[in-house]
Structures are given as structure tokens and as C-alpha cells.
Design a protein. Structure first.
Length: 168
């Protein structure tokens, strides 16, 4: 099994061959230092940004943890959100209900999440007996094999593009 290129290898390949776009290393460093200084001095931050929050058992969660809270809330409500059979056929309205926000800010990318849930559930049902555990077992304790299984079988996990007849 051929190894997948790392993100660094892919970026280096493209950066070395790009004709229309370039990155000035000193400019990146200068911007990073300026932003770091502003964040350190609390002149810049995301604390005031409105965000999607999901309440679960009396606590509000944001970001990745809001997804976890929404899944746990759904399970507590008897919704079989961890069943491939269920999420392969979820409607957009069902996804909106499960991942509903407790603020005026909705869960981001809800239509994309709906598409990915349907796609992943279908792949699990058609190729892996409805369980991601099958993928883990098929990987034979190899992270590289598991990664290959995921990117080969679940289209939404492929982050690829053609650049000068090379795939990344």
C-alpha cells in the first residue's frame, strides 16, 4: 500500500511549482508576530463573537464540544444518532433538530453535515456491515491502513485536487 503524501509534502510540492501565487516567508512571519502581539495584549480575540452553543446537562458547549453535546442530547432523547442505519436516511430537518443551537446562531454548515451523515451511513451499510468498527478491524492496528480505508471509501474525507497532474 503506497503511503499518502503528508500535508507538508503536498504543500511543498505545490509551492515549489506555483507560478501565479507565492508566499513571502518574511511576510508570514511578520503577520504572525503582529497577530500574536495583539492577541497577547487582548486587542484582538474571538471572545465577543457570537457562536452556536448547545446546552447539555446544564452546561453550554461551543465548537467541537457542541457537536458532542448535541449527539449526547440526541441519545438521551432516544434518537439513534450513532446508528449508520439511522443517519444514512436522516432528513435535513432531523439533522437540524439534532444539531440545534441554544442560541440565535445556528450550527454552521448544517446542509454539509446532513450530506456527510447520509453519505457516511450509506457507505458503512453498503461496505462495512453498518459499523465503523469494521474499518478499524480491517486496518489491522495500522493508522496508515485506516487512513487509506477512510479516504478510499468515504468521499467527504478526501481533501484532494489535481495540480500539474499530481493528486493531493
Amino acid at each position: 500500500m503506497a503511503a499518502l503524501p503528508s500535508p507538508l509534502e503536498s504543500a511543498r510540492f505545490i509551492a515549489e511549482r506555483s507560478r501565479d501565487v507565492s508566499v513571502e516567508e518574511e511576510g508570514v512571519r511578520s503577520l504572525a508576530e503582529a497577530l500574536f502581539d495583539k492577541v497577547s495584549a487582548e486587542e484582538f480575540g474571538v471572545a465577543g463573537w457570537n457562536k452556536c452553543l448547545v446546552k447539555y446537562k446544564g452546561k453550554s458547549y461551543s465548537g467541537y464540544w457542541s457537536l458532542c453535546a448535541a449527539v449526547n442530547r440526541a441519545l438521551d432523547d432516544g434518537i439513534p444518532i450513532t446508528s449508520a442505519l439511522y443517519y444514512a436516511t436522516m432528513t435535513l430537518e432531523q439533522v437540524r433538530h439534532v444539531f440545534r443551537s441554544d442560541t440565535e446562531v445556528p450550527m454552521p454548515l448544517i446542509e454539509e453535515r446532513h450530506r456527510v451523515l447520509n453519505e457516511s451511513g450509506t457507505v458503512l451499510l453498503e461496505k462495512f456491515g453498518g459499523s465503523f468498527l469494521t474499518c478499524v478491524k480491517m486496518s489491522e492496528k495500522s493508522a496508515q491502513k485506516l487512513l487509506r480505508l477512510v479516504v478510499e471509501n468515504f468521499p467527504s474525507y478526501r481533501d484532494e485536487a489535481v495540480f500539474e497532474v499530481s493528486w493531493f
